[in-house]
Write a protein that binds this ligand. Structure first.
Ligand code: AP5
Length: 218
C-alpha cells in the first residue's frame, strides 16, 4: 500500500542511469553523508553468486551476460529491504540499479512512494571507457578506476590491501549489451518518473557530479 506523505517521512531516492554512469560511486558516498541506507541490487546479487546460494545459482547467468534478472525475483529481494528502512536507524534510502523496468517501478509503487529520482546522464563511449578500466575490491566492494580513480598502490585496495578484480560483465561486448538492455528496458522510466526527475550531467569529473548530485538529494 502506498504510504501517505507526511512531514517526517524518510527521504526515498532512486539513482537511475546507464551502466557506468556513477550510480554506485556517487550513491554510496552521498548515502554515508546523509545516513541513508544504500541499497545496490547489483551488489546484493553478486554477493549471492559468490556465496553460491540458491538465489545466486538462479541469477548467475543473467548477471554475467548483462541480461536483466526476472522482475519477480528482484521485487521479492527489494520488498523486505525497503520495508525495514522505516524501522531502522537510517534517515531514508538510496536505491542503486532498481527499478530497471516499468514492471519493477509499478511493483515499487505498491511498496512505497519515491521522493526523488537522480538521473545520471552519460555518453555511451564514456561508459565503455570507464567500465573497461573499473576495478573492485573483492573484500569491501570499494570501486576504483585505473584511469580516473586510481588506488594508491598498483591494483591494491587502499583500505584492505587486497588485489583488485575486474567484473566479468565489464568486458567491452557485455558492456555494449548492457547499454542496449538499459536503452530498451530502463530508459522508459524517465517518463514514468517525470515529476520526480533531476537530470545530472554524469560525463563531468567525479567531484563535480558528486556536488551536483548531493545538492539534488537535499
Ligand atoms: P549493477 O551492478 O547495478 O550494474 P550497472 O547498472 O550496469 O551499473 P554499474 O555498477 O556497472 O555502474 P555504476 O553506474 O554503479 O558506475 P560506478 O559508480 O561503478 O547490475 C549488474 C547486473 O545485475 C545487471 O546487468 C543485471 O544482470 C543485474 N541487475 C541489477 N539490478 C537489476 C534489476 N533491478 N533488475 C534486473 N536485473 C538487475 O562507476 C563506473 C566506473 O567509472 C568506476 O570505475 C568509477 O570509479 C568510474 N567513475 C564513476 N563516475 C565517474 C566520473 N564522473 N568520472 C570518471 N570516472 C568515473
Amino acid at each position: 500500500m502506498v504510504e501517505p506523505k507526511t512531514e517526517n517521512r524518510k527521504p526515498k531516492i532512486i539513482f537511475l542511469g546507464p551502466p557506468g554512469s556513477g550510480k554506485g560511486t556517487q550513491g554510496n558516498r552521498i548515502a554515508k553523508e546523509f545516513n541513508l541506507d544504500f541499497i545496490s541490487i547489483g551488489d546484493i546479487l553478486r554477493e549471492e553468486i559468490k556465496k553460491e546460494s540458491e538465489l545466486g545459482k538462479k541469477v548467475r547467468s543473467y548477471v554475467e551476460s548483462g541480461a536483466l534478472v526476472p522482475d519477480e525475483l528482484i521485487l521479492e529481494l527489494i520488498r523486505n529491504r525497503v520495508d525495514n528502512v522505516d524501522n531502522s536507524e537510517y534517515e531514508g534510502f538510496i536505491l542503486d540499479g532498481f527499478p530497471r523496468t516499468v514492471e519493477q517501478a509499478n511493483g515499487l509503487k505498491e511498496i512505497t512512494e519515491i521522493d526523488k529520482v537522480i538521473y545520471l546522464k552519460c555518453d555511451t563511449e564514456t561508459i565503455v571507457k570507464r567500465l573497461s578500466a573499473r576495478r573492485i575490491c573483492p573484500k569491501c566492494a570499494r570501486v576504483y578506476n585505473l584511469v580516473t580513480n586510481l588506488p594508491q598502490e598498483d591494483e591494491l585496495c587502499n583500505d584492505c590491501g587486497v588485489k583488485l578484480e575486474h567484473r566479468v560483465d565489464d568486458c567491452e561486448s557485455v558492456i555494449r549489451d548492457r547499454i542496449k538492455v538499459y536503452e530498451t528496458h530502463t530508459l522508459p522510466l524517465l517518463d514514468f518518473y517525470q515529476s520526480q526527475l533531476r537530470v545530472i550531467n554524469a560525463d563531468s569529473d567525479i567531484e563535480e557530479v558528486y556536488c551536483t548530485a548531493k545538492n539534488n538529494c537535499k
